[in-house]
Design a protein around this ligand. Structure first.
Ligand SMILES: Nc1nc2c(ncn2[C@@H]2O[C@H](COP(=O)(O)OP(=O)(O)OP(=O)(O)O)[C@@H](O)[C@H]2O)c(=O)[nH]1
Ligand SMILES: [Mg+2]
Length: 365
């Protein structure tokens, strides 16, 4: 699944649950960690009604974690929960290695995968917004959101109140500047869209949970050559192609950034302009991986994000992908089109459905 040539940083994954969880609770965090260049060498769970005020996990668990770090030679700890800046700080002091949470991990992946100018600006904005409430005056939290595998407990600056306010003000100014630059990019996007509206070219957006097979489908439909990879957030920059079915029957199809559960709000804010495209689409292809045991839950997450960005009134065509990984009898009757973007099964039916939904007629393509 992953390249073995890459140098992985060894990590321990930690998760606190209120109730006992049945499923493999670390599967998504393990994938996220791998994508960011980490190798999980151990996991630790705790059942707690309420997180510990100082360490999030109980002091006994902190000791257990410290021993595991030593025994497994771990270089970093990643929490699946949203741990507060001061708790992370306390943990780092105690464990003497960097401790990050899920949001920061996702930020690292985004930072590593952004390629376009706008994508990079969006990631930088998400990082700054994430960092702002976390500035503790020690330069430590900021270094944590710096992206890339290693990271670390950066040099500590003097922690005076004045310095702290200065740091915060600098970040706030940087946020404003980034927002201004992104607004410019969004304006260009809007102009392009308006031009498209005037010429009545319809637009189709491919959305779905990360790793559902959106780019594979995009490539199958358009030969766009988008990177398909068995990792999370392979696509960050939207890719569009123009499709022609018949005279005056054209549309633009766009492959977008994947969604994920518990996506921190500052990310949605930062990616607003690329997500705006989805809110104005004529049709959304909601791709899901039916071979995934959690696919129903993931489908709901995507629906939830669509609602949050204001795209819930755009017509949706559900596309159930990766049917090649299941046997015929395992595929329950679903309201949508069942396909395999990999083998091409069901693609013709999907094309017919898209044409029908966009133009009310079935064009061959
Ligand atoms: N077996 C099988 N694998 C598939 C199918 N479609 C996609 N995949 C695989 O699933 C993985 C993810 O595919 P992508 O197309 O990159 O997924 P994505 O939704 O674009 O993912 P992100 O851009 O990371 O959000 C790749 O390894 C694909 O080869 C399918 O129909 N069947
Ligand atoms: Mg993709």
């Amino acid at each position: 699944m992953y390249s073995t040539e890459q140098e992985f940083t060894k990590v321990i994954l930690v998760r606190v649950d209120k109730d006992k969880e049945e499923n493999d609770v670390f599967s998504e965090l393990t994938d996220l960690a791998h994508t960011a260049g980490y190798l999980s060498v151990g996991t630790l769970t705790q059942r707690r009604e309420k997180p510990d005020h100082t360490f999030y996990i109980g002091t006994g668990k902190v000791q257990e974690l410290a021993e595991a770090i030593k025994a497994l030679d771990a270089e970093k700890v990643i929490f699946d929960n949203d741990v507060s800046p001061s708790q992370l700080n306390n943990l780092e002091k105690e464990l003497k290695i960097p401790v990050i949470d899920r949001a920061t991990l996702i930020l690292e992946i985004f930072a590593a995968h952004a390629t376009s100018n706008e994508g990079k600006l969006q990631v930088e904005l998400a990082q700054k917004k994430h960092a702002l409430p976390r500035v503790l005056g020690q330069g430590m939290i900021l270094s944590r959101t710096g992206g890339g595998g290693g990271g670390g407990a950066g040099a500590r600056r003097g922690g005076g109140e004045q310095q702290l306010e200065l740091d915060r003000r600098t970040i706030r100014e940087e946020i404003k500047d980034l927002e201004r630059r992104l607004e410019k990019a969004a304006e260009t996007r809007r102009l392009r869209r308006n031009k498209r509206n005037k010429t009545e070219i319809k637009s189709v957006c491919i959305v779905g949970y990360t790793n559902a097979g959106k780019s594979t489908l995009m490539n199958n439909l358009t030969k766009a050559n988008v990177l398909e990879k068995d990792m999370l957030f392979a696509t960050l920059d939207p890719v569009s192609r123009k499709m022609w079915l018949a005279p005056k029957k054209e549309f633009i199809i766009t492959d977008t950034v994947g969604f994920i559960s518990r996506l921190p709000h500052e990310f949605i804010e930062a990616f607003k302009s690329t997500l705006e495209e989805t809110t104005e689409a004529d049709l959304i292809l909601l791709v899901c991986d039916v071979s995934d045991a959690d696919f129903v839950q993931k489908y709901d997450v995507v629906k939830g994000v669509l609602k949050e960005i204001g795209a819930d009134n755009v017509p949706v065509l559900s596309v159930f992908n990766k049917t090649d990984k299941l046997t015929e009898k395992d595929i329950l009757p679903l309201d949508g089109v069942c396909i395999s973007a990999k083998t091409g099964k069901g693609i013709q039916e999907l094309k017919t459905e898209i044409s029908q939904k966009l133009f009310g007629e079935k064009y061959e393509w």
